[in-house]
Design a protein around this ligand. Structure first.
Ligand code: AHN
Ligand code: ZN
Length: 357
């Protein structure tokens, strides 16, 4: 029954097609002539349209070339040295207090829009502290914005050193370098205003994470306390940025950066943009087209909590056991661990990305 019905319908359809075919072929000569004239008109119309863009091209003004400022690596280096001069920047310590005062003051010379966000935290060792996230905004009224992140604290212990493991480190590279690059960028933004809005967010208490041999009960999410707080409590209600870039350990000699897993998962297009820009500028020796394993860093919390796609530019050293910089979490992470060429590669790449947005 069903089959018959279908066959019947099919037959009707075929018949209709036949009918249309016949009508088409049996059109009167008058109708065919009219169709020819109409076709000619269409061809004339299309050809007149197609010449239009060419005419426009010749009268169009050449697009103004965007002047991207030159990153000053000497200035960035000085900013790293200044932070290190305060000593270790461990939460609640003297060096940390003085550095916070200096950072706020320095950033206020570039824009009045500087906020110090404070929050009570308890670290894995049961201590209570008030953290300070230092947040600077350029063109805060703009919706089209990018967020730049780094952590400004330094580690309270040297758990990867062979000596003096219980004393805090200077963190020239781990802490100082990312902030140094961002301070120099802030200086550039104050000289030449980019088209887009920018937020420079310096996280506190990134590096107070629980060490492997800790005698305290295991605490989840003991690292990145400043970024966790900010992600849950952004400095502005409903804050959003198109994307974010985190800088961590961006100052060591011959440092290489790989495409880190979490960054790739949340922001592969940003990774491509940054890596492509770096190779265009001749920094392909630093920005290597290779993947690296996932690193739980501030960008992980920003991605997971805020939904702002954020990448991490972080040194990857295949020669070390932990794949971080060879002086990672040791007392050798001092100014001797900082190289202006690396600061420049990162800073100039980011300026190019930002000013061409
Ligand atoms: C961990 O070692 C879990 N994350 C690396 C994040 C980090 C530490 N960045 C700088 N210091
Ligand atoms: Zn660290």
């Amino acid at each position: 029954m069903v089959e018959k019905k279908v066959v019947g319908r099919l037959r009707i359809r075929f018949e209709m097609i036949d009918l249309r075919y016949e009508i088409f072929n049996k059109t009167s000569p008058l109708k065919r002539g009219a169709r020819g004239v109409f076709g000619l008109l269409i061809i004339l119309f299309i050809s007149s349209c197609s010449t239009e863009p060419q005419q426009k091209k010749t009268t169009k003004k050449p697009k103004a070339k965007i002047e991207v400022p030159t990153f000053n690596a000497d200035s960035a280096y000085t900013f790293v040295a200044k932070q290190v001069s305060f000593g270790p920047r461990v939460i609640s310590s003297k060096g940390w207090k003085n550095c916070a005062i200096w950072l706020e003051k320095k950033l206020k010379t570039y824009t009045p829009n500087v906020i110090v966000q404070e929050a009570l935290i308890t670290t894995y060792d049961g201590e209570n502290h008030t953290l300070k996230n230092i947040i600077t905004s350029f063109s805060p009224e703009k919706n089209n914005r990018i967020a730049l992140f780094a952590h400004w604290d330094s580690r309270h212990i040297a758990d990867h050193d062979t000596e003096n493991q219980n004393s805090p480190i200077l963190g020239a590279n781990d802490g100082g370098s990312g902030v140094g690059v961002l301070l120099e960028m802030a200086r550039q933004f104050s000289i030449k205003k980019p088209k887009i809005g920018l937020d420079i967010i310096l996280f506190d208490a990134e590096d107070y994470g629980q060490p492997e041999n800790s005698k305290f009960p295991i605490m989840q999410d003991s690292w990145c306390l400043g970024s966790q707080y900010w992600s849950n409590n952004p400095h502005k209600p409903n804050y959003f940025a198109r994307y974010g870039i985190l800088l961590d350990m961006v100052g060591a000699k011959d440092a290489t950066f790989r495409q880190e897993q979490i960054s790739f998962y949340y922001g592969s297009n940003i990774l491509q943009k940054v890596w492509r820009t770096a190779s265009k500028l001749g920094f392909g020796n630093h920005f290597v087209y290779q993947n690296s394993k996932q690193i739980v860093d501030d960008h992980y919390y920003v991605n997971a909590i805020t939904g702002i796609p954020t990448i991490d530019i972080i040194e990857y050293d295949p020669a070390t056991e932990n794949n971080f910089n060879k002086h990672w979490h040791t007392h050798k992470d001092d100014m001797d661990n900082i190289d202006k060429n690396t600061l420049n590669a990162v800073g100039q790449t980011l300026l190019e990305v930002i000013y061409t947005e």
